[in-house]
Design a protein around this ligand. Structure first.
Ligand code: ASP
Length: 307
């Protein structure tokens, strides 16, 4: 990670471990009465979101502020992109104001990687199309490690719209580097067979019962209707066959953790009684997002050596 953070795929296990350790270091700070450091005092972070976001955008902004940085958030609707300016020109314009990092979300897979080739300012990928969402995978790993001593040998089931999910891809890259036994599950059209090749030891199944059996972690995914034909998607059938219900949770380990990157769609991919159950770690994920993004911003902007 010479500059920025574009994806998990290109990171070594040791680099990921260093970020997780630093994220853990920042966890207790989130509940302290005073939540302000001056690690990034005098630094400016631009949040540039071309796709909707609640958690990621707020979390990056809070993380930057807790480290003492100045932040500015821009969304596509309010920017000159809506006046016809190209993405490269918009980024060059922002870059001329000398920010210290640009946090970016874009609907096109590879957009931040493309821009990183031209811009001197480090770019942090906050989600690019169906490709990667690296800080989501980091916060997910931190959340699992709140409940298990290590990732090695865990059985993690990722269930839902695998094919359109950047969350799934980043998690597959991260968890497979740590020896997790991964089961990917979804209806056949949303479960491309190439995913079995992403890393050794990945199992694909269309049976949710098979996926959750004996699982340590069940990670549910939202159906990415914005990336497919929303009007023809069979929403109620999907919930019947691929929604997570309490009877599925009972097939997993008794202390299973249920996760979801949000936004959750109750009655679409997860039943309310599961989302609100003691097994649910959904809000812990959100909380850990701030700690992990502090670790990432510190690494990228302050170039602090973490261990
Ligand atoms: N918030 C996550 C993302 O941006 C998951 C989702 O939108 O379903 O990829």
């Amino acid at each position: 990670m010479a500059s920025g953070l574009l994806g998990i795929e290109e990171l070594e296990r040791e680099q990921i471990q260093a970020l997780l350790d630093r994220g853990r270091y920042y966890q207790p700070m989130q509940t302290q009465p005073v939540k302000k450091l001056d690690t990034l005092r005098g630094k400016t972070i631009v949040n540039l979101f071309f796709e909707p976001s609640t958690r990621t955008r707020t979390s990056f902004e809070i993380a930057a502020k807790r480290l003492g940085a100045d932040t500015i958030s821009i969304s596509a609707q309010g920017s000159s992109l809506s006046k016809g300016e190209s993405l490269v020109d918009t980024l060059n314009t922002l870059d001329a104001m000398r920010p210290d990092a640009i946090v970016m979300r874009h609907a096109a897979s590879g957009a931040p990687h493309f821009l990183a080739r031209f811009l001197p300012t480090p770019i942090i990928n906050a989600g690019d199309g169906t490709h990667e969402h690296p800080t989501q995978a980091l916060l997910d790993a931190l959340t699992i490690l709140d409940h298990r001593p290590s990732l090695e040998g865990l059985r993690v089931a990722i269930i839902g719209d695998i094919s359109h999910s950047r969350v799934a891809r980043s998690n597959i890259h991260l968890l497979s580097k740590f020896g997790v036994d991964l089961v990917l599950c979804g209806p056949a059209p949303l479960l491309p067979s190439e995913f079995a090749q992403l890393a050794p030891g990945i199992t694909l199944t269309t049976s949710i019962e098979e996926a959750v059996s004996g699982a340590d972690v069940i990670m549910m995914l939202r159906v990415q209707l914005e990336r497919q034909n929303e009007t023809t998607f069979p929403k109620s059938e999907y919930f019947q066959f691929y929604g997570l219900h309490l009877e599925h949770v009972r097939l997993a380990k008794p202390d299973v953790i249920v996760m979801h990157p949000g936004p959750i769609n109750r009655g679409r991919e997860i039943a309310s009684e599961v989302a609100d159950s003691p097994s649910s770690a959904i809000l812990n994920q959100v909380e850990n997002g701030v700690a992990v993004r502090m670790a990432v911003l510190e690494k990228v902007v302050a170039q602090v050596v973490t261990q």
